[in-house]
Design a binder for this molecule. Structure first.
Ligand SMILES: N[C@@H]1[C@@H](O)[C@H](O)[C@@H](COP(=O)(O)O)O[C@@H]1O
Length: 261
């Protein structure tokens, strides 16, 4: 795992954007994995800015989102499909139907999950997966206790996650759905490159458990330890509980120039 600590959240977004742009410049038909939550928003803003400057095109790319609430009507502003549309898709040049998410409105949720897995496989898998992390160490909506090899499936949300996400629902936790569909940790682990973004003190313990704790379903993000190409991009506050910070800084400083993440 490569742990990179940079001075600001803006630089976290900028380094992540470098990785996405480098991928798309070399492989314009690449498959992206998109996350929701506040962590990737600055990355998406940076990608939009670079697209407007003509530095990157998504015209041949495809993308799969990580997860979706169950119970929100299609088009609900907080459905993750709408968030991705609003925060990225509407402002760049993805082709029609190029961005997909799990269908949280499906009558048969298990079937929708199976079909989503198949669609990801049919696309050749995700090349670069953007990830955030919950304060309890969840990734996508894989809450503590999730199987490390799980696939896309319906899942109940932890109370902590509903409380954390209430800010997107006007602070009303009772409006946050209690069920979701989420790519599993096994699904996520098949992506070619995992790029996890975390900023702020509130993520420090989850980040430390992810990077330096035992591999454990108690911290679902610790599954990144098994991945051959996982990058954790942090601001200093999110890195503040790491014991081996000095080593990570040394490794990053000694990385050959131009190699990227
Ligand atoms: N399902 C999403 C996750 O994909 C996200 O990583 C997490 C952290 O969100 P934030 O980045 O807003 O802290 O929240 C949600 O629950």
């Amino acid at each position: 795992m490569e742990v990179v600590v940079v001075p600001s959240a803006e630089q976290v977004a900028s380094l992540a954007a470098d990785a996405v742009c480098r991928l798309l410049q070399g492989a314009p038909g690449a498959v992206l994995g998109l996350a929701t939550g506040s962590s990737p928003l600055a990355l998406y803003a940076e990608l939009i800015a670079r697209h407007r400057r003509g530095e990157v095109s998504f015209a041949r790319a495809r993308a799969f989102t990580l997860d979706e609430y169950v119970g929100l009507p299609a088009g609900h502003p907080e459905s993750y499909r709408e968030v991705i549309r609003r925060e990225l898709e509407d402002h760049v040049d993805f082709g029609p139907g190029a961005v997909r998410g799990p269908d949280g409105t499906a009558a048969d949720l298990d079937r929708a999950c199976r079909e989503y897995e198949q669609a990801i496989r049919a696309a050749g898998g995700v090349d670069l997966q953007v990830l955030g992390i919950g304060t309890d160490g969840h990734v996508a909506f894989n809450e503590p206790g999730s199987s490390l090899t799980s696939l896309t499936r319906p899942k109940a949300l932890a109370q902590q996650t509903r409380t954390d996400n209430a800010r997107f629902f006007g602070g009303r936790v009772q409006e946050v759905p209690s069920l979701c569909l989420t790519q599993g940790l096994g699904t996520i682990g098949r992506a070619g490159h995992l790029v996890l973004l975390a900023c702020g003190q509130q993520k420090a313990q989850a980040v430390a458990a992810t990077v330096e704790g035992p591999l454990s379903a108690s911290c679902p993000a610790s599954v990144l330890q098994l991945h051959p190409h996982a990058t954790v991009l942090l601001d200093p506050a999110a890195a503040s509980a790491l014991r081996h910070r000095g080593y990570y800084d040394l490794a990053w400083a000694n990385k050959p120039a131009g190699q990227g993440l």
